[in-house]
Design a protein. Structure first.
Length: 522
């Protein structure tokens, strides 16, 4: 937990404690020039430590105000205007939302607790000392506003609670409704026996008067039982509890002694014995209340301090991440260097083994470079080589679908020729032709059995050619010869001798051009 300086200001003096994971040694300063000088010397030894001021005087005012529910910006402006109207001269004011109410068919209201210091002469000298020394001031709070955190920690329940505790400034009575702070009264102690029941100014009388005052304020009903909780820091309030419990008012009194307070609130016993302000100081250090009375200008130094701490924390985080990253990189480099050294040793061993083995080989008829070029040329030729397998696969598939087609011969070429006629008219690649090598096929066949029906034969041949064309591996197909040209531009000729027709047969020729697979080298 961050180190903080806790300062409790009252008319009787100032109590100071250093908070560092808990309440430390408490010091007391008198409300005079000597005390202010000692306080200034103390602050000089703690540069940059945030200061939290707590005021425990009668110069305080609390009011509940019901205001219409509006947006955030309008609510802030409305509260600022309300605070200026209510507390015109005090710079130490605050407004906190306590409860929201909504009644069907009526306006929705928000209930705010307005708090202020009505007299600042007791507080300002001590705050000015911290301001002159450029101490970061984290806030100015009133003593009773820390009481709800004590009630929660002690596990106290009840709708109406009156918390009574004795401080250096006097006896403090704080009223809570449903755990929410409502108002507080401070009764200065004028003698050592003021906590007894005797006298009109006694503590018991003050508690009973406060209970009746709650009825006048309509904070409680006349017959409502109020829980009076005595926070007894020095085990001196048992008689007061008995007196209050026996009073003819609807109250239920309970005392919590020093040992229980120290145990449940985790306050050092030495601090409770040192000063009556130990309890509110401990509650302030553990959980500062939301009712911060300090004006925005007074908190500027603390905001700068917090921003600096955030930047330092961020820088430290970046430094840690950077250090870890550097260590990881160094480890990775060392690992790579070790692997490289191992590979270098392995390479040297393999080279030595290779040299030893090659020393036993017979003399090579050709140098290694020539052998490499020969192998590369062979691989290049193998990649470019083509076989008639694709053509045979395409044709055989269609022959199964056309049983009357009988092939007499299949010619195949892999050439750069522009068409099939050129490919089969020359041997090898035609000279002067530059293009992608393609596969050409020349099919010669006839219709079997053929009984002289040329028209059916021609239709069968054309269907066979069209089915070949539908194969995705075929780029082009052309019928070169038909047993009968059925074009309307040609004259029919032939013999009607059936025997001759059967001898001649229905022969045809067609050329096929296959597509080259994608990525085929040229």
């Amino acid at each position: 937990m961050n180190t903080r300086l806790l300062v409790c200001i009252s008319a009787s003096g100032v109590t100071v404690a250093l908070w560092k994971s808990g309440l430390g040694t408490c010091l007391r300063f008198d409300p005079d020039e000597a005390g202010e000088a000692e306080f200034s010397l103390l602050l000089k030894t703690l540069p940059g430590v945030p200061v939290l001021f707590m005021v425990d005087t009668v110069d305080e005012d609390y009011r509940l105000e019901a205001l219409p529910r509006v947006g955030a910006a309008d609510r802030r402006a409305m509260l600022d205007r309300k605070l200026r109207q209510t507390y015109r001269t005090s710079p130490f004011v605050s407004a906190r939302l306590q409860r929201r109410s909504r009644v069907r068919g009526q306006r929705s209201d928000d209930q705010f607790l307005l708090a202020a210091l009505t007299e600042t002469s007791t507080v300002l000298p001590w705050i000015e000392i911290a301001t002159e020394l450029r101490m970061p001031i984290a806030g100015v709070f009133t003593a009773p506003t820390v009481t709800p955190s004590a009630v929660r920690s002690l596990g106290l329940t009840g709708r109406a609670q009156l918390i009574v505790s004795r401080h250096a400034a006097g006896m403090r009575q704080t009223f809570l409704r449903d755990g929410q702070f409502r108002f507080s009264r401070l009764t200065p102690l004028r003698g050592t026996n003021d906590t007894s029941a005797g006298g009109s100014g006694g503590a018991a009388t003050e508690i009973i008067n406060t209970r009746m005052y709650l009825n006048a304020l309509q904070a409680t009903a006349a017959d409502e039982v109020v829980d009076v909780i005595l926070l007894d820091q020095d085990d001196s309030l048992e008689a007061l509890r008995e007196t209050v419990a026996g009073a003819q008012v609807p109250v239920r009194a309970r005392r919590i002694g020093r040992q229980e307070l120290a145990k449940r609130l985790k306050i050092p016993l030495a601090a409770l014995e040192a000063t009556p302000d130990a309890l509110p100081l401990h509650l302030l250090g553990r959980s500062p209340p939301a009712e911060n009375l300090a004006p925005s200008a007074l908190l500027e130094g603390y905001r700068v301090h917090q921003a600096g701490r955030w930047l330092m924390g961020t820088a430290a985080g970046v430094a840690v991440v950077g250090s870890v990253w550097i260590l990881l990189n160094i480890t990775a480099v060392q690992r790579v260097d070790a692997e490289s050294a191992g590979l270098a040793r392995e390479t040297a061993q393999l080279q030595a083994t290779y040299a030893e083995l090659t020393r036993q080989f017979p003399a090579s008829p050709a140098p290694a470079q020539t052998l490499k070029l020969t192998v590369d040329a062979f691989d290049h030729l193998r990649e470019r080589a083509r076989t008639p397998e694709d053509l045979f696969a395409v044709v055989s598939r269609q022959l199964e679908m056309h049983p009357t087609i009988s092939l007499n011969s299949i010619a195949w070429r892999h050439s750069r020729a522009p068409d099939a006629a050129t490919a089969f008219a020359t041997v090898g690649s035609p000279s002067g032709v530059d293009g992608t090598p393609r596969q050409f096929g020349l099919l010669s066949g006839e219709i079997t059995p053929f009984r002289g029906d040329y028209r059916t034969a021609v239709v069968t041949i054309r269907e066979f050619a069209e089915d070949l064309r539908q194969d995705p591996r075929v780029a082009e197909i052309k019928i070169l010869k038909l047993p009968l040209d059925d074009s309307s531009r040609q004259a029919l000729s032939g013999s009607t001798n059936a025997r001759v027709e059967q001898q001649v047969g229905a022969q045809f020729e067609m050329s096929v051009v296959l597509r080259e697979p994608e990525g085929t080298p040229r």
